[in-house]
Every structure is written in structure tokens, then in C-alpha cells.
Design a protein around this ligand. Structure first.
Ligand code: DX5
Ligand code: ZN
Length: 217
């Protein structure tokens, strides 16, 4: 199976957002990964609803929204209205994760949980059957262009085992430092979806880079 490719719009040229989104429309990308940062959960601020809505106006592919914010439960419905198809919240940001997952599903969106590099996948044991996606952070969230953390391979294996043991349908998404070099092993370990920001947008030919990620397996 070919991986789902989700380029991260964070690394795009915001001054030319429409043409960047149109490029992704034409490309072999499956989803658009949207990084929302609040300056509290992570030490950076990205963008909010007006920009997300601008992306939605031009995008023809599902918006995979990654919330790096505290108290995400306050904004779930608003993100859904702004066009999110998949909404992922951080386990570390949720006191009532089970409730927040149900809240996301009630909007009709797919529900994802993101895990920081230090967070054990075993903490998902009691919710894995309820979620559509687990986003394993392979960098510390907050910035694009960081170095891939090698321990991620081990986490994919553990998560895959948990998904099988609990009969879950959750997809495994890898986010941070993804490139052509680490993709084969990520897929071999069981990754389903790959987020790539700087590797795509800093390349000479983003369309070709996306196609290579999609078809190299
Ligand atoms: C990091 C974000 C990532 C980031 C990936 O906090 O969640 O989605 O945009 O960027 P690269 O691929 O450059 O590591
Ligand atoms: Zn992300």
C-alpha cells in the first residue's frame, strides 16, 4: 500500500498561499497537514482561523489539522466549521482525552491523537479503539525543519502492536523531519501517513518530491 502523503503547509510560502495550495491540489498529496500553534503548548505561534479558511477556499483535499494548543476542547467545533476533516489533539494537552475524542467525532470529523516524542504509546491503551489516527511526533513540536528523532521507529512498532491487539483501525502518522532517507524504514515499521514540510517546500521541485515520497515504497 502506498503511504498517505500530507505536506505541511507550515513550510509553504504564506505570501503565495493560494498558489501553494493549488500546487498541492495538482500533486499526489493526499491531505494537507495544517499546524496550529498557540505559543503556550508549544513555544511558537503559527496561524489561526482566517488563514485556515483561506486554505480551505482553495484546497480540494482533506485538511488534516494538528492542534498544538492547550485546551483544544474549546475550539473543536470551530476547527470543524473551518474545514477540518481530521482533528488531532495532543494527549499532553487533554485532561479528559476520551471526552475530547468523542467531541471531535460528534462534529463528523475524524479524531486523531498526537504524541510528543517523550510520551509512551502505551498511554493509548484505553482509547486506541476509539481513534482514527495517531500522530507520532518525530521532532519536538513547535517548528518545522528539525532533525528526525530515531526512537520513532521503535514507537511505530509498539503502536502497531497495540493497534492490532486492540483491533483498532487507527492510522499511524509520522510528523517531523520526514525525508526521502527515513521514509522506507518508517513504512517498513508500519507508518500509514507521512507529514513532510520543509523537505517538500524547500525542494527545487515540490511536485516531484511529493511524487517520490508517494511512490518510493
Ligand atoms: C512541527 C509540526 C510539523 C512540521 C513538520 O511542530 O507539527 O508538522 O510542520 O515540518 P518538517 O517536515 O519540516 O519537520
Ligand atoms: Zn504537524
Amino acid at each position: 500500500m502506498k503511504p498517505i502523503i500530507a505536506p505541511s503547509v507550515l513550510a509553504s510560502d504564506f505570501a503565495n498561499l493560494q498558489s501553494e495550495v493549488e500546487m498541492l491540489n495538482e500533486s499526489q498529496a493526499d491531505w494537507l497537514h495544517i499546524d496550529i500553534m498557540d505559543g503556550r503548548f508549544v513555544p511558537n505561534i503559527s496561524f489561526g482561523f482566517p488563514v485556515l479558511q483561506a486554505i480551505q477556499r482553495h484546497a480540494i483535499k482533506p485538511l488534516d489539522v494538528h492542534l498544538m494548543i492547550v485546551e483544544p476542547e474549546l475550539y473543536i467545533e470551530q476547527f470543524r466549521e473551518a474545514g477540518a476533516e481530521i482533528i488531532s489533539v495532543h494527549l499532553e494537552a487533554c485532561n479528559h482525552l476520551h471526552r475530547t475524542i468523542q467531541q471531535i467525532k460528534a462534529t463528523g470529523a475524524k479524531a486523531g491523537i498526537a504524541l510528543n516524542p517523550h510520551t509512551s504509546v502505551q498511554l493509548l491503551d484505553d482509547v486506541i479503539a476509539d481513534v482514527d489516527l495517531v500522530c507520532l511526533m518525530s521532532v519536538n513540536p513547535g517548528f518545522g525543519g528539525q532533525k528526525f528523532i530515531e526512537n520513532t521507529y521503535r514507537k511505530i512498532e509498539s503502536l502497531k502492536n497495540l493497534i492490532i491487539a486492540r483491533n483498532s483501525k487507527a492510522l499511524i502518522e509520522i510528523d517531523g523531519g520526514v525525508n526521502q532517507q527515513n521514509t522506507p524504514l518508517l513504512l517498513e515499521k508500519g507508518a500509514d501517513a507521512l507529514v513532510a514540510g520543509s523537505f517538500v517546500f524547500n525542494s527545487a521541485d515540490p511536485l516531484k518530491t511529493i511524487a517520490n515520497l508517494k511512490n518510493q515504497a
